[in-house]
Design a protein around this ligand. Structure first.
Ligand code: FAQ
Length: 311
């Protein structure tokens, strides 16, 4: 019953153990996980588009092969995450429907355009870098299927981040025009990457509960700080500057001082009014509709195999 279920659940959380799909869990815990995991899955799937934009225009065969593999990894991440969400009682069809109807959230970062090749470097370095900071602690999330999916995803994200860093490093060692292209791209992606961690702690309605349930292990601002701390020496190694003139280490408070993030821009994007929101959803909807015959064929095939097995 609910009472003994709640007690068992509380004990698992207190012991830092894992909740598994068949365990009793509070309805709000289930709902929160479905919300976060489905948003995360949608982010991976929508996140294929900004980079997909450069696959046919990558500057060499090698760069094209690497980019193609990275975008395929993102599809894989989306699929593990949809599977993890399905263990909570929502179907992939429902999640897809919410996404293509424009009712689901996915990371704000994927609503920006990718006009230059350097954006492939900046996405790898900054976007995958932010993703790693956010996701490494999720490997210890209290829900087993999510935590386990995160382990493999994080390994692949680390590789993605290194490849982005290497693209920028190559550009920074190139011509003046290439260095300018790299810097201009870092200037565009830096602030949106900081927004990936979500609103400031005092405006984050879900944080306290998700931390008590040990889904989140650190607050949005803590992870944002950790990310900036990781970027500073890497920016120096690259020879790019971070576009925040007030950024400096505050030894007394042991944190970085930084300029205020433009939260109006963040909220506009969440409301669907970012530069690429409509395009991203339209592309996803088209891909879903164009792929209907594949799903139908797969269902017909599965039905025939089942009939054969019966005979
Ligand atoms: N964008 O109360 P909180 C990747 C929403 S990495 C859009 O703080 P929470 C890899 C939030 O959902 C990107 N919405 O919420 C890759 C909530 O709305 P709701 C994906 C945002 O959940 C790289 C409301 O604001 N990673 O894909 C954002 O405690 C390159 C209030 O916020 C993940 O999803 C945002 N940036 O903390 C792929 C990581 N921030 O749902 C391709 C897992 C907040 O109440 C290429 N997720 N919101 O209507 C998380 O860790 C958390 O959900 C946070 C938000 C930290 C994102």
């Amino acid at each position: 019953d609910d009472e003994s279920g709640q007690a068992a659940f509380d004990a698992v959380i207190a012991a830092d153990s894992r909740i598994e799909p068949r365990d009793w869990m509070p309805e709000d815990y289930r709902r929160t996980l479905i919300r976060q995991i489905s948003q995360h899955a949608h982010s991976e799937i929508i996140g294929m588009q900004p980079e997909g934009n450069w696959i046919t225009r990558a500057p060499s065969l090698k760069r094209k092969a690497i980019l193609l593999a990275k975008v395929q990894d993102e599809a894989g991440h989306g699929l593990y995450l949809y599977s993890a969400a399905q263990t909570l009682g929502i179907t992939r069809d429902e999640m897809t429907r919410q996404l293509i109807d424009g009712k689901a959230k996915y990371s704000s970062i994927f609503n920006y355009p990718t006009p230059t090749w350097a954006d492939m470097g900046a996405i790898g370095w900054l976007v995958d870098g932010a993703a790693i900071c956010n996701q490494v602690p999720l490997c210890r999330a209290s829900y087993g299927p999510y935590a386990r999916a995160m382990v493999r995803i994080c390994k692949e994200e680390s590789f993605h981040q290194r490849q982005g860093f290497e693209i920028l490093l190559t550009l920074m060692q190139g011509t003046d025009a290439q260095r300018e292209m790299a810097q201009e791209s870092v200037d565009r992606w830096y602030w949106p990457a900081l927004m990936m961690f979500g609103p400031p702690d005092d405006e984050s309605p879900n944080s306290a509960r998700s931390m008590a349930w040990k889904i989140k292990r650190f607050s949005n601002d803590e992870l944002r700080q950790r990310f900036v701390g990781m970027l500073v020496p890497q920016a120096e190694a690259l020879g790019v500057s971070l576009p925040d003139p007030t950024l400096r280490w505050n030894a007394q408070e042991e944190r970085y001082d930084m300029s205020e993030i433009d939260w109006t821009e963040f909220h506009e994007i969440l409301a669907g009014r970012g530069p690429m929101n409509a395009v991203r959803i339209q592309n996803r909807r088209n891909a879903h509709e164009d792929g209907a015959w594949v799903r139908e064929a797969a269902v017909a095939y599965a039905r025939r195999q089942a009939l054969k097995a019966e005979r």
